[in-house]
Design a protein around this ligand. Structure first.
Ligand code: AHR
Length: 621
């Protein structure tokens, strides 16, 4: 077969935004603490709480070395937002084991230790040691004299003389009386761009190597963390939505919070660090703020005008924090943190995957009106709901269109076949309607064929660059020992990081953004693609899910597969590491919160048509 591609070199297609391809950073899969945020101590402020994760206690991440260390919350606390601390009746000590297999220590590197402490003994000798699990020293220990019963910060630096991937940090007090500790921190001196309180170098460099046009942050479902009530919870309570003001200022004054994805978030990586990082990788910042409607399966809308007004004001303040002069209230805070120059925010997202369309939109228009009045040059991004199979998606698009919204955030996770089939998705989008920010997409696995399908699909995004102005694969990062969602673009543990095949595709596109589409036509393109082997994905996340009566039908209506799960069923095979499923009382039940669950019906010769549709009764989850 001959294939011909004709290019109209003189023709002019749509202009491609220099920001077209970017990244979406969400603190999912422990992407922040234990990931991009370079802090090596887990639970440094003893704030882990069962409300974050039922398995937590204030001592999670820590083990007693000697004595009876206790986490207390009383009037002696460091401050009102950092309420718990560790009390040691001396002599006593504790050991922190970091994340993954432990603290990674590189020979010859320096590690900055700091701790807030006070003592009832007048003066207490405190020692800090970096060791391997057997207690063998990896560096000379630090010896610090803690003086007086008022909180003060003490610091020291280790220089490692041996390497380890399972290091431990031992902190011990000698003598008598009581030693109180909080904010026990260990930071590699070697961070990305050598920023204090900075980013882990290898991960940040992998992101920087993409040359992203923008960074969307901080989530995702994370933005709407917690329940309806969480929006107004006092700032030391758990399950408060992600509120940017909680995340700035000195790290010891940032309240920690429950993360939507089931762990504690320290906010050490907060809004200032996000903006700084975005600038460091040469990208445009694109923050997303909560809209007081919880998407992501929670489906609640806050009906409190005063609270809504406060969130709208917080959003205006955020824009001032990013762009305002140093003479403004929030511009001054940015300058205090070290960045007098504005960060140059031009786009902001309101809400994430809102599946109460009318409730969301009623709030969105109020955010938009307030922002446009004060900052007419900022593009306010709406969203299209959690899926594109109708319902919320159609209704929200209708509302967005009618209200002349500038840009709409779309999300979808589909099979590679879907991406191959839907290359023309945007060819028919209304050129006069809202522009598209494809804020999240991925084909459901981390194999080469997924990357290939995404690359093919991206040619369709680019061909429609007049409609699709921004696009980001999601999620960006996954710590291999704490995975809530897959596939992911970059994987890591405490010692290494590696890009998926999808990472290479993203890099290819991001590093080669054109100015303009050149019209082209291809002939001889194969009209049929190789058969797929019969994988059908029922994608689910969050808590448990159950299905009944699953039917798979070809495009011509032929029934290919049906199962009502009335008996034990071996036709369905969960992919290794992607959750476990079982047949219980005539239902197909997902028994854990894995992200993707692909079920395979083996050896069905009819399964050769890409136009499959899957219909299932979803019973829960
Ligand atoms: O990217 C992972 C999650 O997928 C995001 O948090 C959410 O917006 C979407 O459902």
């Amino acid at each position: 077969t001959e294939y011909t591609v004709s290019v109209d070199a003189a023709g002019t297609g749509p202009e491609i935004s220099e920001h077209m391809y970017g990244v979406f950073f969400e603190d999912i899969n422990r992407a922040a603490d234990g990931g991009l945020y370079a802090e090596l101590v887990q639970n440094r402020s003893f704030e882990y709480d069962p409300a974050d994760n039922a398995a937590y206690t204030g001592l999670t991440g820590w083990a007693p070395h000697s004595g009876d260390p206790r986490v207390v919350d009383d009037d002696g606390r460091l401050n009102e937002r950092n309420r718990r601390y560790l009390r040691l009746d001396l002599p006593a000590g504790v050991i922190n084991a970091g994340y993954n297999s432990g603290i990674r220590v590189e020979r010859g590197e320096r590690y900055d230790f700091s701790v807030w402490a006070r003592t009832t003994a007048g003066s207490t000798p405190l020692s800090a040691a970096l060791t391997d699990p057997a207690g063998r020293a990896l560096a000379d220990p630090l010896r610090i004299a803690v003086r007086g019963d008022g909180w003060a910060k003490y610091t020291g630096t280790f220089t490692a003389r041996a390497a380890s991937i399972n290091g431990r940090l031992l902190v011990r007090g000698e003598g008598g009386g009581t030693l109180s500790l909080d904010m026990v921190s260990l930071f590699p001196r070697d961070t990305f761009k050598n920023r204090p309180n900075g980013m882990r170098r290898d991960l940040a460099e992998k992101i920087a190597a993409l040359d992203p046009g923008f960074v969307r942050f901080p989530g995702g479902c994370l933005v709407n963390t917690g329940s309806h009530h969480g929006y107004e919870a006092p700032d030391f309570e758990r399950r408060r939505s992600y509120q940017w003001k909680d995340t700035i200022g000195p790290v010891e004054t940032r309240a920690t919070n429950a993360n939507f994805w089931g762990y504690n978030q320290s906010y050490g990586l907060g809004y200032y660090e996000y903006f700084q990082f975005t600038e460091d990788v040469g990208a445009m910042p694109l923050p997303v703020v909560p809209a007081l409607v919880t998407g992501c399966g929670q489906n609640q809308a806050t009906d409190d005008p005063a609270l809504l007004a406060r969130h709208i004001q917080d959003t205006l303040d955020l824009i001032e924090f990013a762009n305002g002069p140093v003479s403004s209230t929030w511009g001054a805070k940015r300058a205090e943190m070290g960045h007098p120059e504005p960060f140059g925010l031009t786009h902001i997202g309101i809400g994430n995957e809102e599946n109460l369309p009318d409730e969301f939109f009623a709030r969105f228009v109020q955010f938009r009106a307030a922002i446009e009045e004060r900052y007419p040059d900022v593009t306010v991004i709406s969203n299209s709901g959690p899926d594109d199979t109708g319902g919320t998606f159609d209704r929200l698009w209708q509302l967005n269109r009618e209200a002349g919204v500038d840009m709409v955030d779309e999300h979808y996770y589909n099979s590679p076949a879907w991406f191959l089939q839907n290359n023309e998705r945007y060819d028919g989008y209304d050129r006069a309607g809202p522009k598209v920010f494809l804020g999240e997409y991925a084909s459901q696995d981390n194999r080469f064929r997924n990357a290939l399908a995404e690359a093919a699909y991206m040619t369709g995004l680019e061909r429609n660059a007049d409609v699709v102005r921004l696009a980001s694969y999601a999620p960006l990062l996954a710590n291999e020992d704490y995975v809530q969602w897959r596939p992911d673009m970059i994987w890591f543990n405490n010692r290494a990081s590696w890009g998926s095949a999808s990472y290479e595709v993203q890099k290819l596109f991001m590093n080669n953004v054109g100015d303009r589409v050149v019209p082209s036509e291809a002939t001889g393109t194969p009209s049929t693609l190789e058969p797929i082997t019969g994988a059908v994905g029922l994608s689910t996340w969050g808590t448990s899910a159950a299905y009944d009566d699953v039917r798979v039908t070809a495009a011509d209506g032929t029934a290919l597969f049906a199962d009502d799960f009335s008996g034990t069923d071996d036709a369905w095979t969960p992919i290794a590491g992607q959750g476990s499923w079982s047949v219980v009382d005539g239902r197909y039940v997902q028994s854990d919160a894995a992200a993707e669950n692909t079920m395979v019906a083996a050896g069905d010769p009819a399964w050769r048509d890409y136009d499959l549709s899957v219909k299932a009764t979803k019973l829960s989850g």
